[in-house]
Design a protein around this ligand. Structure first.
Ligand SMILES: [Zn+2]
Length: 225
């Protein structure tokens, strides 16, 4: 994918510069945002010749419009029919209830278990658990993420949204450090999940309580092996 490769090169180039102008900083932010999207096809002027279009009379802005329209059209066709097949073949993670394994519905940032006997909810956003170190210290002072002082290792740590983790560190987090917010029904949920090898930690900081409510726990996305 040519656009992605060029954007990625530009991101690495800007990221490696010792100092950035305000314009470069803004551009780098935009590139990081755009890298969340992947173009579903690439079209070149020359591709249009075989369909009898006088390709080199087409203006740049007309190419952009055409590309956007083809992108929307192919997404609509791909998403309903092909995406489930390709997603399955690519082994993409499918959302399922951590308690009962049922598939959920999505609403306002949360997954809701469709099993009438369960109906638990958990966050679509994932968070990376970070210890306080020289490399992470700057994040603790930024008011991004959620600070935990009463965690399982008795050190100060931070739950950082995974998109910000990727942005700041330019890599994927370790599997065992990825958490989501889980809202429990009763304490048996917590005991059962711990027995299944999941790590749970109650949300106790004010910002977290305000955002997620009193029933929220940090729950590891994957159980320990
Ligand atoms: Zn469930």
């Amino acid at each position: 994918m040519r656009f992605i490769e060029t954007l990625e090169k530009l991101r690495l180039y800007l990221g490696s510069k010792p100092a950035l102008t305000p314009e470069e900083k803004e551009l780098l932010g935009k590139i990081r945002e755009d890298l969340n999207y992947f173009p579903t096809c690439v079209i070149h002027r020359d591709d249009l010749i075989e369909y009898a279009y006088d390709a080199h009379l087409i203006k740049d802005n007309e190419m952009v419009t055409l590309g956007k329209k083809i992108g929307i059209d192919s997404w609509e066709q791909l998403s309903s029919v092909r995406l489930p097949v390709i997603g399955y073949a690519s082994n993409l993670p499918v959302a399922c209830c951590p308690l009962c394994g049922e598939q959920p519905r999505f609403e306002h940032g949360y997954w809701y278990c469709e099993n009438v006997d369960c109906q638990r909810e958990w966050s679509c956003m994932k968070y990376v658990w970070l210890k306080y170190t020289d490399k992470t210290a700057f994040l603790f002072g930024c008011d991004i993420g959620f600070i935990s002082k009463t965690n399982r290792t008795n050190e100060m740590s931070l739950y950082l949204p995974v998109d910000l983790f990727r942005m700041h560190f330019g890599k994927e987090p370790e599997k065992e450090d990825i958490f989501h917010i889980f809202k429990y029904g009763d304490m048996n949920d917590i005991y059962g999940l711990r027995e299944d090898g999941f790590i749970l930690e109650k949300v106790t900081d004010n910002k977290g309580l305000e955002r997620f409510g009193p029933r929220a726990y940090w729950l590891s996305c994957y159980p320990k092996d």
